[in-house]
Design a protein around this ligand. Structure first.
Ligand SMILES: Nc1nc2c(ncn2[C@@H]2O[C@H](COP(=O)(O)OP(=O)(O)OP(=O)(O)O)[C@@H](O)[C@H]2O)c(=O)[nH]1
Ligand SMILES: [Mg+2]
Length: 304
């Protein structure tokens, strides 16, 4: 029998380039939340792909940026530390824009290591393929390839799935022989409560703007299955940083909070496979992004 291959792949890049979208597509399920706002992912999120010949554990990371507060420092540190102990690094970039200082900064992070780095230039679906269109593909691939010494370069689209299969096949060739770390049907090793809190946060991100998405944290207070019927009660609290934000998240007559609850409920029911009753509260935790104890309580805890 052929040998089984397995290993860990750090997925890094600037915020908003499509790392989480890509991993959800590869796994075939929403494991990591996604939004059109930068700095959506805050923790390292495992996305597990198991095939007959291999198991790949992708580690989705927060977009690397210049941090302005304690939460940002936690996020960037999480992303950087993920680079240390993996078999492959997958560098994801936005092929709709030329490389910037942020990409250059990230490409320097692995200069001293000998871990193979694969470049995925994402959002290829936005390239103009008309006969008279400029050859954006060539321009972007050349510009990003010049940032570092890459093992391979793939133009991909996380949205359509364009060439993602090839990318994954290639990554498998870089993995060592190894065991199956997780059972076949696992897509992540995060507890259900983590995913549920993230899905609620995703809906707040989707429905709000400016500072609110960044000021929001979600905590599951309690989760309990009813004994007499197929229903799970979930109590969760959405934390914001200021009173004015609380009003916005609740909305006129509670309308925005209701929308958050409805959208989140649909997603959560899909994951749990049972009906849920979701009760949401909104509370103010002043300036929590700069307070160590709040960061710890919300799960943004660095080993110090
Ligand atoms: N057109 C297009 N849009 C994409 C593609 N991949 C991702 N996006 C969009 O880009 C935005 C950011 O996607 P995310 O997956 O949240 O990006 P991320 O890199 O995980 O961002 P952070 O978690 O903030 O670091 C979303 O609006 C996605 O729909 C793609 O291949 N094509
Ligand atoms: Mg993300």
């Amino acid at each position: 029998m052929d040998k089984f291959h397995s290993g860990f792949v750090a997925v890094v890049g600037r915020p908003n380039v499509g790392k989480s979208t890509m991993l959800n597509h590869v796994v075939g399920q929403k494991v990591a939340i996604v939004s059109d706002k930068p700095q959506t992912t805050r923790n390292r999120i495992q996305c597990i792909v198991t095939r007959a010949d291999a198991q790949i554990v992708f580690l989705d990371t927060p977009g690397i940026h210049k941090p302005l507060h304690g939460l940002g420092r936690y996020m960037v540190s999480t992303a950087k530390r993920t680079l240390a102990d993996v078999d492959v690094i997958l560098f994801v970039t936005d092929g709709n824009h030329l490389p910037g200082r942020g990409d250059e900064y990230i490409a320097e992070l692995w200069q001293a290591s000998d871990i193979p780095v694969v470049l995925a230039v994402n959002k290829a679906d936005l390239w103009d393929k008309s006969p008279n269109g400029e050859d954006k593909e060539k321009v972007m691939l050349n510009a990003y390839s010049a940032l570092s010494d890459f093992h391979a370069v793939f133009p991909v689209s996380a949205l359509t799935g364009y060439r993602l299969g090839e990318l994954v096949d290639y990554i498998v060739t870089l993995l060592p022989e190894g065991p199956k770390y997780y059972p076949d049907d696992w897509v992540t090793d995060h507890p259900e409560q983590f995913i549920i809190a993230e899905l609620i946060r995703e809906k707040v991100l989707e429905l709000t703007r400016e500072e609110i998405p960044h000021s929001t944290a979600v905590v599951i207070d309690e989760m309990q299955a009813r004994e007499d019927r197929d229903l799970v009660d979930i109590w969760a609290t959405i934390y914001v940083e200021r009173r004015s934000q609380r009003g916005i998240v609740i909305g006129k007559n509670g309308s925005l909070l209701k929308q958050v609850g409805q959208l989140a409920r649909e997603d959560i029911e899909g994951i749990l496979g049972s009906q849920i009753n979701l009760q949401l509260w909104v509370k103010v935790q002043e300036d929590w992004r700069n307070k160590r104890r709040s960061l710890d309580n919300f799960g943004y805890k660095l080993d110090r």
